[in-house]
Design a protein around this ligand. Structure first.
Ligand SMILES: Cc1ncc(COP(=O)(O)O)c(C=O)c1O
Length: 380
């Protein structure tokens, strides 16, 4: 039988490849973005109660109402606007599904989608699968700044969607109010949909605010905003997230969602609804991870790597041009094989040529692991 792949250029993801290599070489793994510690025992207890209390059959298609209400309250409290729990919120199987379903719901063949690169790896294959064309706009310089002139000139009559991500994986940069206002201005009076990936919304450092698209009315009216309980509650393996959007966009989203996933783990939603009611469970996440970032950076301050402290997410980029000229993929592989430390080369987040010298390290790890990793980095 002959199979013609719809995604001929897609192979195993870099996370799988690096993960396997890290295991083979018994390396400390700071590559994939997940914590090496458990969620709050209180949340685990709530989940176990929810299972025991019989929430073991299908949940409503949009998600458990009490969870949608808790999400709506959280957004209103943090960012201002009210999303109606009945019609403007869907609980999803992680943010990945929210992103995929949004792209499936709106992208037709030849539609253009502006992606700001480096970009998280799930956007591109989903766009390609539905026949869309990726129009990459590169973040510039070693501080990965947005070039708004380049962004503006990337927009064409075929632009259907723009995907943004703040706080940003892999660079650890965040967008300011001025960035959001510029985006709002450029998109004003267009029919462009904004897909705003905000999975790290609660992991922002140094007292800065998270600039959600929800805070900007002209952006919010065209936005599907995605978030992830996996990131917020140290539980990436649960794959529960959500998205919010104005009713007309959400109606289209749910048309796809109901035949794609239909509904998400019921007991977990019941537990998350209760847990989310208490803002203390997420408002301190930024300071929790800031301490980890600072521990990591302090421990490697005398190394030969250059670093600009991450502003958000649980990733830190390290620049290695003082050490070698090697391409990032080559250096990342050598770090695993010769030094037993795994990271992710930033070029894998780009569809176009990229030759900067950065590796991404995940610092969502216990301090003993961060210190061991630091010892290795200091020895290179
Ligand atoms: C920027 C970004 N978006 C989306 C996701 C996916 O989130 P989830 O695990 O909830 O599917 C991730 C996970 O690494 C991410 O870094």
């Amino acid at each position: 039988m002959e199979i013609t792949s719809k995604l001929p250029h897609v192979g195993t993801t870099i996370f799988t490849t690096i993960g396997q290599l890290a295991r083979t070489h018994n390396a400390i793994n700071l590559s994939q973005g997940f914590p090496n510690f458990d969620p709050d025992p209180q949340l685990l207890e709530l989940i176990s109660e929810a299972f025991k209390n019989g929430h073991n059959q299908y949940a409503p298609m949009q998600g458990v109402l009490s969870l949608r209400e808790a999400i709506s309250e959280k957004i209103e409290r943090l960012y201002g606007p009210y999303y109606h729990p009945e019609s403007e919120i869907t609980v999803t199987a992680g943010a990945t599904q929210a992103i995929f379903t949004t792209i499936a719901a709106f992208i037709r063949p030849k539609d253009e989608v502006i992606v700001i690169e480096p970009a998280f790896d799930c956007y591109e294959p989903a766009i390609s699968l539905f026949g869309g064309k990726i129009v990459p706009v590169a973040l510039e310089g070693n501080d990965f700044q947005m070039n708004w002139t380049a962004f503006k000139s990337a927009i064409s009559p075929k632009t259907k969607m723009v995907i943004i991500n703040t706080p940003h994986n892999p660079t650890g940069t965040i967008w300011s109010e001025s960035d959001m206002l510029q985006l709002q201005e450029i998109l004003r009076d267009t029919n462009i949909i904004l897909l705003s990936d905000e999975v790290y919304e609660h992991i922002v450092f140094d007292g800065k605010p998270h600039e959600s698209a929800a805070k900007y009315p002209d952006l919010a009216e065209r936005s599907v905003i995605c978030s992830s309980f996996g990131k917020t509650f140290h539980a990436t393996g649960w794959k529960v997230g959500y998205c919010v959007a104005p009713k007309p966009l959400m109606m289209e989203f749910q048309k796809v969602h109901q035949f794609n996933v239909f509904s998400v783990n019921h007991a977990m939603q019941i537990a998350l609804a209760q847990y989310l009611k208490e803002p203390q469970h997420y408002v301190n996440l930024g300071s929790f991870y800031q301490e980890k970032r600072d521990t990591f950076l302090h421990a490697i301050k005398d190394s030969r790597f250059k670093m600009v402290p991450s502003e958000g997410t649980y990733f830190q980029l390290l620049e290695y041009s003082a050490i070698t000229d090697e391409k990032d993929t080559v250096f990342a592989e050598r770090l695993i094989k010769e030094h037993q430390l795994a990271s992710i080369p930033v070029s894998v987040f780009c569809t176009t040529d990229y030759d900067k010298k950065f590796l991404r390290f995940c610092f969502a790890k216990t301090n003993d692991v961060l210190e061991k990793a630091a010892e290795i980095l200091n020895s290179i």
